[in-house]
Design a protein around this ligand. Structure first.
Ligand SMILES: Cc1cc2nc3c(=O)[nH]c(=O)nc-3n(C[C@H](O)[C@H](O)[C@H](O)COP(=O)(O)OP(=O)(O)OC[C@H]3O[C@@H](n4cnc5c(N)ncnc54)[C@H](O)[C@@H]3O)c2cc1C
Length: 299
């Protein structure tokens, strides 16, 4: 891969060479990428993107790695991390944030400022960028409910734009970022003034629910399958089919929540794929529903 490392360092990047991606995903699965680049600021991120696109280098963007299943073989793309894009500010009821900030931290910042609207996100792993990509949501809320606009980098034009909410094409676990080669850089979020204690209590309640219902003690990528239609609960369906605890290698259908595939220790990419194919087959035969995998798969 023809990468001018000297130039990339001079822009202001941290660069990890031959980096195992299992270190950067909540599933703890993933092979080695030749370069894992961490730009130190938003401008450095943009300059690095300009260079990588100019050079026609295959790349991917990572936030918190909480919605990724990555092949364990050697990978022929480089990864750009949003980890340092964590600037934010609060003005009255408007929260501005760069995309690398963990979404749970953002909900805490909102609470500290007596701002309501992000309580649903308090236990969601990952970053604001990943939440925008997936339109992350939980317990009746989703990120699209509170977004005003998003600053995006258009990889075709190598330019940044502001996209107002109605142009972001938010839907169930979908957004414009699935359709266009855009990268989210920052966002404005509109919240409502509320009693801080009330917000805090709601966040605590949701956190307790999460720990009661989800296998948070094991590596995973969260719910493994999308809901194929409203009111079709995948976890309950898989449980009814008697598949709780079913495993291939170290990949297992969680005994706590059948919608989660967990990594019991040394699960391989292939184990997870085979297990999910098996679940899809049984659900199709029994209910006629086609399940779609929720995490993004990187080959
Ligand atoms: C235990 C557990 C519980 C979970 N619970 C929930 C839940 O309740 N609700 C829910 O919705 N999800 C849940 N998830 C899934 C995950 O937390 C969300 O999808 C989250 O939004 C992923 O964010 P991330 O930063 O980790 O994204 P990553 O995993 O890093 O990336 C996911 C995708 O987003 C893209 N992406 C990341 N940043 C950007 C950016 N700045 N611009 C464009 N594309 C970008 C990546 O390229 C990739 O395609 C859970 C996951 C786990 C492990």
């Amino acid at each position: 891969m023809n990468l001018d490392l000297k130039y990339l360092y001079s822009l202001g990047n941290n660069i990890l060479i031959n980096e195992p991606m299992k270190k950067h995903t909540t599933f703890k699965i993933g092979g080695i990428v030749p370069y894992y680049i961490i730009p130190k600021t938003k401008n450095i991120f943009i300059n690095t993107l300009n260079y990588i696109i100019e050079k026609n280098i295959n790349f991917k963007i990572i936030g918190g790695g909480a919605n990724l299943l990555i092949n364990d073989s050697t990978l022929n793309f480089i990864v750009l991390s949003t980890e340092y894009l964590t600037g934010y500010s609060v003005k009255e009821n408007i929260l501005y944030s760069e995309v690398g900030i963990p979404i749970s931290r953002l909900s805490y910042i909102a609470m500290e400022n007596s701002l309501s609207g992000l309580e649903f996100a308090s236990g969601i792993p990952g970053t604001l960028g990943g939440a925008l990509f997936m339109n992350a949501g939980a317990y009746g809320g989703q990120i699209s409910d509170v977004i005003l606009n998003v600053e995006v980098y258009d990889t075709k034009e190598k330019k940044t734009h502001i996209l107002e909410k109605d142009l972001l094409n938010f839907n169930y676990r979908k957004s414009i970022f699935h359709e266009r080669k855009y990268i989210a850089l920052s966002a404005y979020i509109k919240l409502n003034k509320k009693d801080k204690k009330e917000i805090e209590n709601k966040m605590k309640d949701l956190s307790i629910k999460r720990w009661e219902k989800q296998p948070l003690e094991y590596p995973s990528a969260g719910s493994f399958f999308k809901r194929p239609r409203p009111n079709f609960y995948v976890g309950t369906t898989i449980e009814k089919l008697g598949l709780k605890g079913y495993s291939i290698g170290d990949a297992e259908i969680s005994n706590k929540h059948a919608g989660f595939i967990i990594n019991k220790g040394n699960a391989k990419f292939e184990d997870v794929i085979k297990l999910s194919e098996y679940v899809k087959k049984i659900v199709k035969e029994s209910y006629g529903e086609d399940l779609e995998i929720e995490p993004e798969i990187w080959w």
